[in-house]
Design a protein around this ligand. Sequence first.
Ligand code: 4NP
Length: 187
Amino acid sequence: MSPSSPARVAPLPAPPPRPTLVATRPIRVLFVCLGNICRSPLAEAVFRQKVEEAGLADRFEIDSAGTGHWHVGEPPDVRMRATAARRGLDLSGLRARQLRRGDLAGDLAYDHVFVMDKANLNDALYLDPHGDHGTRVRLFREFDPEPDDYQVPDPYYGGPDGFDRVYDIVERTAEAVLQRMREVYGL
Ligand code: 4NP
């Protein structure tokens, strides 16, 4: 072909419509942070509230876990509980647990694991070194319409403003995650 010939490129066919996944059992969703006392229990409770408001409670199993072991058995941080209570959400019944390999692989693995920051992502994927189930693990804020750096900032060592900021991020992102789930699963 001479250099002056126009390129002849066949138009790409339209992509096929994305198939709707059919959930034959409850969709298992896990939220993960470091301590399981601030960010991920809030995400669990906010997402559960939205699922219940949508009348979809029987379609989901929802939990949260921490990559670290320090706070296992504890209720959420008192500052996180106070912030949530001001917004009408009671976190007092939740107890921290540690993320385990079975959350990511095997018969009881979660379908969707949403981690709060990139350290959580590394730590979670370490539990699944073969990457067999890596596609299940994603940064929660990938779904945030205002994702900033894609991480939920850790409020633990900051001032009280940090907890309100985390609440706003989690509220907005949980809504977007539920919308995506409704599209993907046709709910
Ligand atoms: P979380 O916050 O990961 O959102 O639950 C933290 C809780 C505890 C610690 C750090 C972050 N800690 O260092 O004990």
